[in-house]
Design a protein around this ligand. Structure first.
Ligand code: S3P
Length: 428
């Protein structure tokens, strides 16, 4: 679908962004492994979390869904068994990587498949540690889905130092570790999102910034009955839009404020943004609050490697903020962006090219020459079937002099089904 987006002068109003994708998917997988019934409120209707629900059903959970409330009767760790030859993870790296850990732990055999984007993303990072744990994995060219996963040998608990800061990799190993007699330990030097540790209440030791997270059979898998917060990564598009559009004020309610996710808040504040947080509280294990953003003049920023995991999904929209910020901004140490739903460094360069921006591409990031008065007429944006690229292009389109086009705009629904409706609400 080609979406035409006309420029608007300002964005105003109140919205509740969609339920968090990462937390929804974890809630479904952990509820499968819990022995009992979990009632998950505000479960995400987006495509990735729905793919995960389909998979947990095929692994033995009873699932029903009504008005955003998902009820899952889990089968307990020992009850996890593949009821089908294959599990379709759609576009979701989180589903494929986390479920691989569960399958290896449970020792059940199945093919994991995904769409063309997911089938082109490397699974090598999970294959290596899972094989150390006793798994047998057959992947296309040794690293891509379709991937056959099984384990016949005894599970071997491991101590694993993460070679890349990845919450998907960390969670995959810990989920397999939950089936071991002795603890599996994952060591991370740079913190990545910690929803898995929080929602499973795993033991975390922290010293000098190094975190050691353990999981074994002794860890009870808690009931997953809670309300999923709104997705900070979805709110991110409106946070940037609220800054760069004139005369704007956007309020967002009940947004997840987990500090391992909110790097963009600190980045925007450092750039000069006018952002207020109200009604802070906890929903289950996760902090939430309302966010208010108002138009403001932004200034350049330099985002370095150690800050990347905290804003990894927000980098496409951060690049849009940088384009409208005074001075030269830099993103470096973000090589991981090349392994997302598409090569997002390349995709961002295509967005910037489409509007005639001044930038340089680096192997691990970008240099963007910003200007608060940056102008372009209209553009044709390719989204590369990547939800975050489609939505970042939409926000940029609002700043054109005339209507722009976004190709494959339906991909927004991978994480944000009501994105286009919310854009209309705020544009009125
Ligand atoms: C996710 C972790 C991140 C993120 C992805 C969701 C998760 O990936 O980019 O959108 O739910 O654990 P990595 O952990 O591989 O960086």
């Amino acid at each position: 679908m080609i979406k035409k987006v006309a420029p608007v002068f300002s964005l105003n109003g109140t919205i509740t962004p969609p339920p968090d994708k990462s937390i929804s998917q974890r809630a479904a997988i952990f509820a499968l492994m819990h022995d009992g019934i979990s009632v998950i409120k505000n479960y995400s209707p987006a495509e990735d979390p729905q793919s995960t629900l389909g998979c947990v059903q095929l692994l033995g959970a009873e699932v029903s869904q009504l008005d955003g409330v998902v009820t899952i009767e889990g089968c307990g760790r020992y009850g996890v068994r593949a009821l089908s030859d294959e599990l379709d993870c759609g576009n979701s790296g989180t589903a494929m990587r986390l479920l691989s850990g569960v399958l290896v732990g449970a020792g059940t055999a199945v093919y994991l498949i995904g769409d063309p984007s997911l089938s082109s993303r490397t699974m090598k990072r999970i294959i290596d540690p899972l094989e150390q744990m006793g798994a047998h994995i057959l992947a296309r060219n040794g690293e891509f889905a379709p991937m056959f996963v099984t384990r016949e040998d005894p599970l071997v608990p491991i101590e694993y130092m993460l070679p890349i800061a990845s919450a998907q990799l960390k969670s995959c190993i810990l989920l397999a570790g939950l089936f071991g007699e002795t603890p599996t330990k994952v060591i991370e030097n740079v913190p990545s999102r910690d929803h898995t540790e929080r929602l499973l209440n795993l033991n975390v030791e922290e010293e000098n910034g190094v975190r050691v997270i353990s999981a074994s059979l002794k860890d009870e898998i808690p009931n997953q009955s809670y309300t999923i917060p709104a997705d900070f990564s979805a709110a991110a598009f409106w946070l940037v839009a609220g800054c760069i559009m004139s005369d704007s004020e956007i309020r967002m309610k009940n947004v997840g404020l987990n500090p391992t996710r909110t790097g963009l808040l600190n980045i925007l504040v450092q750039m000069g943004a006018d952002i207020t947080i109200e009604n802070e509280g906890m929903v289950g294990a996760e902090p939430v609050g309302d966010i208010i953003v108002r138009s403001s003049r932004l200034y350049k920023i330099d985002i370095k490697k150690e800050f990347i995991p905290n804003c990894i999904d927000e980098l496409p929209i951060i690049s849009v903020a940088m384009l409208f910020a005074e001075g030269i901004s830099v993103i470096s140490g973000a090589e991981e962006l090349r392994h997302k739903e598409t090569d997002r460094i390349k995709a961002i360069t295509r967005i910037l090219e489409a509007v005639g921006a001044n930038f340089e591409e680096m192997e691990d990031g970008l240099v963007i020459h910003g200007d608060p008065d940056f102008k372009f007429n209209s553009a044709n944006f390719q989204s590369f079937h990547d939800h975050r690229i489609a939505m970042a292009s939409a926000i940029l389109s609002l700043k054109g002099n005339s209507e722009s086009e976004i190709e494959d705009a339906e991909s927004a629904a991978v994480s944000y089904k009501s994105f286009w409706e919310d854009l209309e609400v705020l544009s009125k």
